[in-house]
Design a binder for this molecule. Structure first.
Ligand code: 13P
Length: 244
């Protein structure tokens, strides 16, 4: 199975989102064997899901709280994401870890909450430049996936983000991408995470229509979680086409 997910981050307002979706729908629909998702900001979830879900796209929240409701100003819960049309949720994106102090302990609770509300967690993991330079990459991935010992098995997608290759002009080599994805697969097996169907493992770091086809030739890479290029419907549709 191939998967391509657009992470809009904190971009677009409603009229831009509507124009994006109408343009995208004119260019592509998910094919058999390809899952395509969009993760818009919370304010756009209803609008985007009403437009794209009838055409077979999935909608993801960019974050979700572990509690179902309560006094957590500024947060959004998993049942609220479901109510807004989501079928999945991004968890542990490097920007959440770096700027908002997201910890592995909190993520274990969030993964469990997502499952409780029938949302597919797309768990992002990856090493920083210092960690890679110190030879700690696989240890960091092992640690970030160790939350699965606490959550137990369940449906999951994983996105590997070499944080040092996002917005830096540096590019992960195919051998580095392969090593990380193969390690992720073996760790997921060890944790018996969705072992019977295999867990799609996506790559994250500035995919473009120019770089994506080569990435897709790397064994273990099931697709991409796309940032900047996903804000352009022409480019995102091309990535969907390449994955199909
Ligand atoms: P860019 O594709 O803009 O580098 O972002 C990658 C990312 O963080 C996707 O979630």
């Amino acid at each position: 199975m191939r998967c391509v997910v657009a992470n809009w981050k904190m971009n677009l307002a409603s009229e831009e989102a509507r124009a994006f979706c109408e343009d995208l729908l004119g260019r592509c629909t998910p094919g058999a064997g390809t899952e395509v998702g969009i993760a818009p900001p919370f304010t756009l979830l209803h609008l985007v899901s009403d437009l794209v879900r009838p055409r077979g796209f999935q909608v993801f929240g960019q974050n979700g709280h572990a509690e179902a409701k309560g006094a957590f100003t500024g947060e959004i819960s998993m049942p609220q994401l479901r109510d807004a049309g989501c079928s999945g949720v991004l968890l542990g994106h490097s920007e959440r870890r770096q700027f908002f102090g997201e910890t592995d302990g909190a993520l274990a609770k969030k993964v469990k909450a997502a499952w409780q509300w029938d949302l597919l967690p797309l768990l992002c993991i990856g090493e920083t430049l210092d960690q890679r330079d110190a030879g700690q990459t696989l240890e960091v991935l092992r640690q970030q996936l160790s939350i699965l010992a606490e959550t137990g098995p369940g449906p999951l997608w994983v996105a590997y983000e070499p944080v040092w290759a996002i917005g830096t002009g540096r590019r992960a080599e195919a051998a580095q991408v392969l090593e990380a994805h193969a390690f992720i697969r073996s760790e997921l097996k060890r944790h018996r995470a969705h072992a019977e169907r295999g867990v799609p493992s996506l790559y994250v770091a500035t995919e473009t229509p120019e770089s994506f086809p080569e990435l897709l030739t790397i064994p273990e890479v099931a697709g991409g979680l796309v940032g900047g290029a996903s804000l352009d419907p022409r480019k995102f549709a091309e990535l969907v086409r390449q994955a199909g």
